[in-house]
Design a binder for this molecule. Sequence first.
Ligand code: FAD
Length: 444
Amino acid sequence: NDYCNPQGQIRDTCCDYQSIETIQSDVFQKIQKLVHSKFFRYYRADLWKECPFWNEEALCTNRDCSVATIDENVLPVDWRKAALSAIQLSPKGSLFQPFKQCTYKDQDFCLVDDQIDSDSVVYIDLTENPERFTGYAGPSSGRVWKAIYEENCFDIVHQMTEGCETCNNIMNLGSTEVNPLKEAAAKQSLLKKPDSPFAHVPLDKAELHQFLEDLAEEADGGDDSNDEVCLEKRVYYRLISGLHSSISIHICHEWFDREAGIWGPNLDCFVNRIGSHPERLQNVYFTYALLLRAVNKIGPYLDKYEYRTGSTQEDEKTRLMVQDFIKSTDSCPSTFDENSMFKGPEAQALKTEFKDHFRNVSKIMDCVGCEKCRLWGKLQTVGLGTALKVLFSYEDKSLDPVKNPNLFERGEIVALFNTFNRFSESVDAIKTFRAMYADKMSPK
Ligand code: FAD
């Protein structure tokens, strides 16, 4: 059936659905095992940062929204706050911290929660806090998704081409009248002011749906003559939409049926949210292909990486597991061709802008009004940001921890692999839904 069985080439990648499914059958068990290992299961995050864009008061109080944290004493000494804070001190050991104001390292595409001394930084065992249905919905989640998609407006792309829609046009597609609030929002967005008035536009579900559908159509290109110029923007959109789809798939796959009081897959939820929108399904495979290329590229760096789990045996076990997993991703090394992006005279400026937008998404995640959704939203933004950093900030030969130590923080590596695992679980869940759908359609 067409609903969940897409065929052919995945747009903006170098591979088709079939090759992704073949790789998936080889890597799924391996990545599952990896994310349950000591190095990959513990994550540090600041879950209580204030939303910098609007007043977020709608906090989900369901039990399923809360995150179970762990005491840092169960972690190896090298991963605890004290050890990490010590690394942040200057080499002379004084409290002089020249880069304290600097939230991002230059190469980073996202904000890693690096204020280690903050009280709201917690440690989490990810295996104990699965991303699944929590009941978080309504205007609060709608506003966050909208704000994230709004970051799709690229100044440089707009300056470079007449064919790509301008942000103002995107905001007003389908309407001949200019909505002054949306126009102001578009301008604010272009000027990168954090207090976008868009955040305060009352959310009408139909309007939100229309806005995002229009954005999807626009990101898909319409006019092929501008494809080259718009590639970066399309990639941005596909990553966000792929993340959105993947989250929806987990919600539908681990759905809580309140009436029956049981957890299980909900086929209608999947068909409505994903199956009946081929481009949303395609964006899951697109993001999977990009992540796969990133984990493959970081493989040699991890060969010599110091895992510091507190036991040399565990370190070695982790290294072998990672190598075994990476080997399986070798079969299709060019799932995504990063060299096709950021070319031409404006490449550097465009890359900077791409980074800025992605960093803003990290900040928007602090506005998610459900603790568990916030955790996974933040982790996956760091994961995708790390993938972009691997692909676009370093050439293969610089990815060597002996020559270039500290290119990646532990949290970035953990986030990258856990994000890949989330997408791998999504592709596995699609298989389940495909079978459920075929079963439902077969004559009894
Ligand atoms: P939404 O998913 O809110 O989507 C809003 C609109 O976006 C849709 O009407 C549609 O027009 C468009 N759209 C939907 N999917 C796509 C796509 N893939 N690509 C492009 N456009 C799309 N809820 C949980 O139960 N568990 C979680 O772990 C969880 N994590 C979340 C993490 C984040 C960062 C956010 C912002 C929300 C999270 N939520 C979670 C809430 C969840 O994503 C939905 O918002 C909620 O279930 C309501 O769904 P909805 O059907 O109204 O549409």
